[in-house]
Design a protein around this ligand. Structure first.
Ligand SMILES: [Zn+2]
Length: 552
């Protein structure tokens, strides 16, 4: 028999925290106690939040104490719209991000040709003609023809995906293998750019990208992509990731990894497409301790602004006669919204253009009207990018979540007026405050690998609407900036809510997941220019240090 005091001590020792963070600036995002200095973690959950002295008093013999020396702790950051496998794959293919001209793209392919066996596919990603500093000698509907690309790679088929994933560039060999001729028709929701003789120029938009099919990645390739994506997200402070459209094979892999406890961060995987949702069976939200939740679908109503696939109410200023594409027939999106609400799936629809966004709001509204008994569905408009003024109040009124990408604001606003004209941009492009004022919940992300998944860069863009170089002074449409607190909510508390995870996280409060991001600077208070200098010191997932910066 042990004396009572010994038993009490044993119980306390068992309950002692695994890990304690002290001497920090903790932004809890909890209204009841917004600030603290220290956090204790026990068994994957936050067990205490308070002053350093209070939390240190809980220390047991096995407790690891991390002295933060004034560093900032925030809830684990959540990427609310990215393409997880794509992040990894982007690091496995020819990287064209940052290329400054068509000539540079061609030169990189020419280099790659030297290292590949004759006939092997060369797949690349990341070009963006809007960011080229010199224009190609010849352009057809805004893109160069394939000739230079075909000349440097006569034997290797080449396929280069645009940065936004909404267009692909093929060389002659790839088009020959895929039997592209003058007669090849673009599928519904797609476009094949042609020269004046009717020959394809090599550019395939939206669903037409499917006409060019490089060999599919193997299972080992996809596992490697997961590993690379996990590593990159953790390094950049992300603990929770909404994968905006996973195919059945990827979902199966995620389930396998989750069952074996091998996911390095939490995943909220959206099922890609209506048919896959129907085949999936009932939603699998995952338990409170699960790293995987599958209870939503991703649909795509239109294309993207850069490749002029975004569906507009009025034509493109720089491509008159073109109003963009319906990637999915709006009737199908209505069907998807209805199926989702009836079967317990959250419905998240990609919409860029003002016509695309209106059609999504219409589809959601029809589903809500058909099922007034379903109260807490949290449907999301992914991107909410270009809006007709009259549609903005509908977000708040209907309770549709605006899933924005802060970084798209500063990447796209320099050239958005070329596509849309100044008036449409001012009225409804990237109008984050107008959306907030409508009563909408805003959540944030990067659409990686379209943009760098780095949440600090997207946060900076959200609160300044300036480029990394600080341009333009004062920011694009400064009245549409988010405040620091609003932007942090869009990456934490509100983002978790948008994935039905508010009971488990998004705030630093005892009982929640011990998922935390530790930064070298207080991004709620440093001057604007300092935000980009904030470094991720620790990324903590489920109470474990999943990433630790070497610099500290
Ligand atoms: Zn996306």
């Amino acid at each position: 028999m042990f004396p009572t005091s010994t038993i009490l001590a044993l119980v306390l020792a068992a309950a002692a925290p695994d890990r304690i963070l002290v001497n920090g600036v903790v932004h809890t995002m909890d209204d009841a106690r917004p600030r603290a200095e220290a956090v204790a973690m026990t068994g994957g959950r936050i067990s205490a939040v308070g002053s350093s002295a209070e939390v240190l008093a809980l220390k047991g013999p096995q407790t690891e104490v991390i002295d933060l020396r004034g560093a900032t702790v925030i809830p684990g950051l959540k990427e609310s719209h990215g393409h997880f496998i794509g992040i990894g794959q982007a690091r496995m293919v020819l990287d064209l991000v940052g290329t400054k001209s068509w000539d540079e793209v061609v030169a990189r392919v020419a280099e790659a040709v030297k290292t590949r066996p004759k006939g092997a596919w060369i797949v690349g990603r990341g070009w963006h003609e809007g960011k080229w500093q010199t224009r190609p000698a010849r352009e057809i509907r805004g893109f160069p023809p394939h000739n230079a690309l075909s000349a440097v790679s006569p034997d290797n088929p080449v396929y280069l995906v645009r940065a936004d994933g909404h267009a692909g560039f093929a060389n002659a060999r790839a088009m020959e293998l895929m039997k592209i001729t003058k007669e090849t028709k673009a599928p519904a929701g797609g476009d094949v750019i042609r020269d004046e003789t009717g020959e394809a120029t090599g550019v395939f938009i939206d669903t037409a990208k499917g006409l060019i099919r490089p060999p599919s990645p193997t299972d080992a390739d996809i596992r490697e992509a997961v590993r690379l994506a996990t590593e990159e997200c953790l390094r950049k402070g992300i603990t929770f990731f909404d994968d905006a459209g996973a195919d059945p094979a990827t979902l199966a892999l995620y389930k396998d990894l989750a069952a074996k406890n091998q996911l390095g961060l939490r995943l909220y995987a959206m099922i890609a497409g209506l048919d896959s949702m129907k085949k999936f069976g009932p939603p699998e939200p995952g338990g409170a301790d699960s790293f995987l939740s599958i209870r939503s679908v991703k649909l795509v109503i239109d294309g993207a602004l850069g490749s002029r696939g975004a569906r507009l109410l009025e034509p493109y200023v720089d491509d008159p006669g073109n109003t963009g594409l319906w990637v999915t027939d709006p009737a199908k999106v209505r069907e998807g919204a209805l199926y989702g609400i009836e079967h317990g799936f959250q419905v998240n629809v990609h919409a860029i253009g003002d016509a695309g966004n209106r059609a999504v709001l219409d589809a959601f509204e029809a589903a809500f009207k058909a099922h007034p008994e379903k109260k807490d569905v949290r449907f999301r408009d992914e991107h909410s990018q270009i809006l007709d003024e009259s549609d903005i109040p509908r977000f708040g009124r209907l309770g549709v979540i605006a899933s924005i990408q802060g970084i798209h604001g500063t990447s796209d606003l320099p050239w958005a007026a070329k596509r849309l004209g100044e008036a449409r941009v001012l009225e409804g492009a990237y109008v984050w405050q107008k959306l907030r004022k409508s009563g909408a919940v805003l959540i944030n992300g990067t659409d990686a690998p379209v943009e760098d998944v780095d949440p600090i860069k997207s946060y900076y863009a959200s609160v300044t609407r300036q480029s990394e170089a600080g341009e333009p002074r004062g920011g694009y449409q400064p009245d549409q900036k988010l405040t620091r607190l609003e932007a942090l909510r869009s990456y934490t508390k509100d983002a978790y809510w948008a994935s039905f995870a508010e009971a488990n996280g998004g705030v630093v409060v005892p009982g929640k997941w011990a998922d935390l991001t530790v930064l070298s600077k207080d991004i709620l208070s440093v001057p604007d220019a300092e935000i980009l200098k904030a470094q991720v010191l620790y990324t903590i997932v489920n109470g474990r240090v999943a990433y630790r910066s070497g610099a500290k």
